[in-house]
Ligand binder design. Structure first.
Ligand SMILES: [Fe+2]
Length: 477
């Protein structure tokens, strides 16, 4: 169950102390769903699911969120600004209109004047809850600390009675917890599967957003209609009223309408996963970007040349798919570890190899970075062992002294537009010299595309190989 210091209190608002949200042994989903967690998992990604009256979570959140005091909660939001859903719309038919204000006190005044608000929950709450939910739902790559692959947030809705959010779909998986008041939800089936964007005809939005929504939704179904909910409404919508302490899950892509029937506050845990298409295409892009010719800017002044480069890429992709890459390069074994430590200690790995060396191969998507080089670019060592690892070796040091160990940073699969890595880990070596030796050894293996070594009486090389195997810098054939 939820424990620890409150995230918020009336005296302590922004930058409040980080909480220990759970006791560390209870999964977060169990805290939220109670004994219904198994049933919830059965319905996950399938059906809306309601749990009535989880008073324990309500009381825990009340402690954590300043007794649900609106002013306190607004001031602690992770958002830089506040969306205000205007009570009356006129210029755009029945569509909702919103304005954005930057100041919590302005948002509060507008809320008190009858408008409804949306902003994110406190960052501390998001940091703890979102990553755990993603992990427990097998909805994220376990080893990733990148925001790119740990996607989610907690939204907070402050709704006044009468506020209606008409039928729309979301692309996130959503777990709503009612904190105060009552809302009526109506659900209608949709034809969307694994949607990449929401469909929000209830909301007045820009041309860009409208075009993006429709083109992306039609990727999965060219016959998809924005108005399908109108036809589907002939089958009576499923209705449910939720109130304080109730939990409501609704899957991505389902049509839903929300009517606030009492002034209410709710939080919504909103989760997005990474697609197979994304991890594979990023990997292929990373390999293509290694080629000078494919990093060239597209030149449309010579049509024949430009098309020939694309033909060359097609040929290259064929060889990548059939020879250079194996699935285990893209999702290494490390991705499947439930609780993977982002810091690996060479000294903790076995000094014997359980695989013959000729079955080892270099992962072409892996890069090792030597910290000494990174420091030239301003990189600074995180020497706070408590923060980084609970199983650290004796090589800890204070932040005021240079560490006695050497570090290598591993990045794997980062061919996306912002070069964020699917896998990032740090390898701690016994000394900076050892780190340099490993780095040079890996460079040699990479150049020869072969893991080769001679006698290893001390077992040091085997330790290194076992570590690199663990994270996926080296794989098995
Ligand atoms: Fe929604």
């Amino acid at each position: 169950m939820l424990q620890g210091k409150p995230i918020l209190s009336k005296n302590k608002r922004k930058n409040s102390e980080i909480i220990d949200f759970t006791d560390g042994s209870t999964p977060i989903l169990t805290s939220i769903m109670g004994s219904n967690v198994g049933d919830f998992m059965t319905n996950f990604k399938r059906n809306p699911y309601v749990i009535k009256g989880n008073d324990r979570i309500l009381s825990a959140l009340k402690d954590q969120l300043g007794d649900f005091d609106v002013e306190t909660m607004l001031e602690s939001s992770a958002s830089d600004n506040y969306h205000v859903w205007l009570k009356q719309t006129s210029n755009h038919g029945n569509k909702l209109e919103s304005i954005i204000v930057e100041d919590a006190s302005q948002a509060l005044k507008l809320y008190n004047a009858g408008h409804s608000l949306y902003c994110r929950a406190p960052k501390d709450l998001e940091d703890i809850v979102v990553s755990r939910c993603l992990k427990e739902l097998n909805f994220s790559i376990g080893c990733s600390n990148s925001d790119r692959y740990r996607r989610g947030e907690i939204e907070t809705f402050y709704s006044n009675k009468g506020h209606l959010t008409a039928f729309h779909t979301d692309f996130q998986e959503n777990i709503t917890i009612m904190l105060t008041g009552k809302k009526k939800w109506r659900f209608i089936n949709s034809s969307l599967t694994h949607p990449l964007r929401g469909c929000t005809p209830h909301y007045y939005q820009s041309n860009d957003v409208a075009e993006t929504q429709l083109k992306v939704l039609k990727l999965s179904d060219s016959m998809f209609s924005v108005n399908e909910y109108i036809d589907n409404k002939k089958n009576k919508p499923y209705e449910v009223i939720i109130e304080a302490g109730d939990i409501l899950y609704h899957p991505a892509g389902i049509w839903h309408e929300v009517e606030c029937i009492e002034n209410s506050i709710s939080i919504n845990i909103s989760l997005v996963g990474v697609t197979y298409a994304e991890v594979v295409s990023n990997a292929i892009q990373q390999l293509l970007l290694q080629n000078d010719k494919y990093r060239e800017i597209v030149n449309v002044s010579h049509q024949k040349n430009a098309l020939q480069v694309i033909q060359n890429i097609f040929d290259e992709i064929q060889s990548i798919v059939t020879g250079k890459l194996v699935p285990n390069d893209i999702l290494t074994n490390y991705c499947f570890v439930k609780e993977c430590d982002p810091i690996l200690y060479i000294s903790k790995f076995n000094s014997k190899l359980s695989i013959s060396a000729n079955k080892l191969r270099i992962n072409p998507l892996a890069s090792l970075l030597l910290v000494n080089e990174l420091k030239e670019l301003g990189w600074s060592e995180n020497t706070d062992e408590d923060e980084t690892s609970s199983t650290s070796s004796s090589s800890s040091s204070s932040s005021s002294t240079a560490p006695s160990y050497g570090t290598l940073v591993v990045h794997i699969n980062y061919g996306n537009e912002s070069y964020e890595s699917l896998i990032r880990a740090e390898i701690r070596c016994d000394s900076t010299d050892q780190a340099t030796i490993i780095y040079n050894q890996w460079l040699k293996w990479k150049q020869n595309n072969k893991v080769a070594f001679e006698v290893d009486k001390s077992g040091e090389i085997c330790r290194v190989i076992n570590c690199l195997l663990h994270v996926g810098v080296i794989n098995c054939i």
